[in-house]
Structure formats: structure tokens, C-alpha cells
Design a protein around this ligand. Structure first.
Ligand code: BDR
Ligand code: CA
Length: 313
């Protein structure tokens, strides 16, 4: 395989599952070295199981799944069953996975994989709380020069939050980990609610996925139908924001997205604004830009890409 070497760190989670399918369906562009799991949308025992279920569905049993941290660094685990259901992957009748978990802890897998790579080679894609990635950076800072980029789903730069008035779920779940990652000096690309709320699963887009006819597309349509209900309730929109696959779509088709470089800080002190991503959009602090904040998306192109890849699985 000649694709870009990537590790996806996730907490599946319905939208995580679509992100994984998109990556697993794209071996020419993405050399998926491994999937690392963290506690987030549901407890770790479920997220690692769900990742194995999705890998099996894709037929890519060559991709190892590693379990990582069972809780955030400092704060208690606060899960998201309201959105993702009790199992984290509700909405479809999944068979139990037979793929075993890989032996190494996710943090050790990230470290060993990065240390074995050339400088600037590895892309890390956290699409859940950043506990594993932050722990890897703290445990072995020599991984930082090995990174090409950390492209993550999380935060809200210019728009309201989705778990508190100002904070997005992934960053709020482990703000201290997010802060370590955002202050790491790695090249960062942020897919926050600014962009993901422009990537809505309208009924027409869902119907188109349902019509593809492959097993992966059938599963995707079922879980996205389940996923929609919570967001339609909350936002009164015509569908849910399909967050995590934005990160993978960006690796495949960067031209679908637009944004701006600016400094982003994470609030870790105030209980009122805990986990807020404070983006210095107009450069008023004079601090050097630390992150590319993505705000624009060609949503039709995004869904066309998802359909194209689900048709291959
Ligand atoms: C993020 O939170 C989770 O519920 C989703 O999987 C996504 O990563 C959106 O705020
Ligand atoms: Ca997620």
C-alpha cells in the first residue's frame, strides 16, 4: 500500500463508525496503520468492540484495533449515549466481532509506530477525546517530529458548543488532554462544529446512501437514521451533523474544505467555560497561529465521496 500513513484514534460512536468505514475503504490514499480506541461516547469496552465490529464489516482484518485509556486524564468520564445509543453503535443489528484486540496498549502502539517512522511521516486523526494522543505525547515527546499532522474533530471556534453553551463534546470530555495536544507544537487541523454543522445528513442524502446497496452502506444508512433523531430533536434541523468523517474526507480530498490559521487555546480552569476552544480569529492576542481552523465545506462533495467509498465495501 502506498497511501499516507495514518492512525485513527476514536470512540465509536456512530459518526466515528462512518469515519472508520471511509478510511478502511480508501487503501490507495490512506495506509491505515491501526485504530486506537479511547473512552468517550461510550466506555472503552464498547468503543474497542465497536471498532472491531466496523473493521470486520469492511473486510479489512489486516488493520489492528488497540484499546487505550479508559478515562480522561483528570475529569470523570462523561459519555454520550443520548446521541449514540446504549452500545454506542445502536440502530443496526451487528454481529458479535470475532476479530481479537491487538495486544499493545493504544498509547504504546502510537509511540512505537511513530518512533519507527521517518520524520514528518505519520498523520494522527483523533476523533474522540484526546486522552490517548496526549498521553503518548507526554510519555514519549520524540514522537512529535515524526508527525506530519494531527487532524482532529473537536472544538467550536466561532459557533456555540454542543455539550455546554461554549464547549464541544470531545474537547469538553478531556480538556486537559486537548490542551496538551493543542500546545504540542504539532501541525494541527481542527474540524470543529464550525464545519461539521454544515455537513448535515439530510433525508435526501440518507436515501442516497440507503440506495447504494452494499452491506457497509446498509449499515451506515441504518446507524445514521438512528443518529439523526437526537440532533433533529435538539437543533430542529433536517438531519444530524456528520462530524468525524470530515477528518478522513480531508485526507482524501483537502479541496473540499477551507479555513484559516489562528491561535487556539483550550479552557481548563473555569467550570463555566470548561473545554471551550478559544480561537483568536482576528489575531488580537498577537500569539502565533497554532492551528488551521476549518470552517468551510463543500457538503455535496463530501457526501458524494462518502457514497463513492461506501459503494466499495
Ligand atoms: C463529537 O462528539 C461525539 O459524540 C462524536 O463522535 C464526535 O466525535 C461531536 O461533538
Ligand atoms: Ca467521535
Amino acid at each position: 500500500m502506498s497511501g499516507r500513513p495514518v492512525i485513527v484514534d476514536c470512540d465509536p460512536g456512530l459518526d466515528d463508525a462512518i469515519a472508520l468505514l471511509l478510511a478502511l475503504a480508501s487503501p490507495e490514499e490512506i495506509d491505515l496503520l491501526g485504530i486506537t480506541c479511547v473512552a468517550g461516547n461510550v466506555p472503552l469496552a464498547m468503543t474497542e468492540r465497536n471498532a472491531r465490529i466496523v473493521v470486520e464489516l469492511s473486510g479489512r482484518r489486516d488493520v489492528p484495533v488497540h484499546a487505550g485509556c479508559p478515562r480522561p486524564l483528570l475529569r470523570p468520564l462523561n459519555t454520550g449515549e443520548r446521541v449514540h445509543g446504549k452500545t454506542g453503535l445502536d440502530g443496526y443489528d451487528w454481529p458479535a466481532p470475532s476479530l481479537p484486540l491487538a495486544d499493545a496498549h493504544a498509547v504504546d502502539f502510537i509511540i512505537a509506530t511513530c518512533l519507527a517512522a521517518d520524520d514528518g511521516a505519520i498523520t494522527l486523526c483523533p476523533v474522540g477525546p484526546m486522552t490517548n494522543v496526549a498521553t503518548a505525547i507526554v510519555k514519549e515527546p520524540r514522537i512529535l517530529p515524526k508527525l506530519r499532522e494531527i487532524a482532529f474533530m473537536g472544538g467550536a471556534a466561532l459557533v456555540p458548543g454542543n455539550v455546554t453553551p461554549v464547549a464541544e463534546f470531545n474537547i469538553h470530555a478531556d480538556p486537559h488532554a486537548a490542551r496538551i495536544v493543542l500546545e504540542s507544537g504539532a501541525r494541527l487541523t481542527m474540524f470543529g462544529l464550525d464545519v461539521t454543522h454544515k455537513a448535515i445528513t439530510t433525508p435526501e442524502r440518507l436515501d442516497a446512501i440507503r440506495g447504494i446497496g452494499t452491506p457497509a452502506a446498509a449499515a451506515a444508512a441504518a446507524i445514521l437514521t438512528f443518529y439523526d433523531r437526537a440532533d433533529i430533536e435538539r437543533y430542529g434541523a433536517r438531519g444530524g451533523p456528520l462530524h468525524d468523517p470530515c477528518v478522513i474526507a480531508y485526507l482524501l480530498r483537502p479541496a473540499l474544505f477551507s479555513g484559516k490559521e489562528c491561535h487556539v487555546a483550550v479552557e481548563t480552569e473555569s467550570e463555566l467555560t470548561m473545554g471551550q476552544t478559544v480561537a483568536d480569529w482576528w489575531g488580537v492576542t498577537g500569539k502565533a497561529a497554532s492551528c488551521r481552523v476549518v470552517t468551510g465545506i463543500d457538503a455535496d462533495g463530501y457526501y458524494a465521496l462518502i457514497r463513492e467509498r461506501l459503494a466499495c465495501l
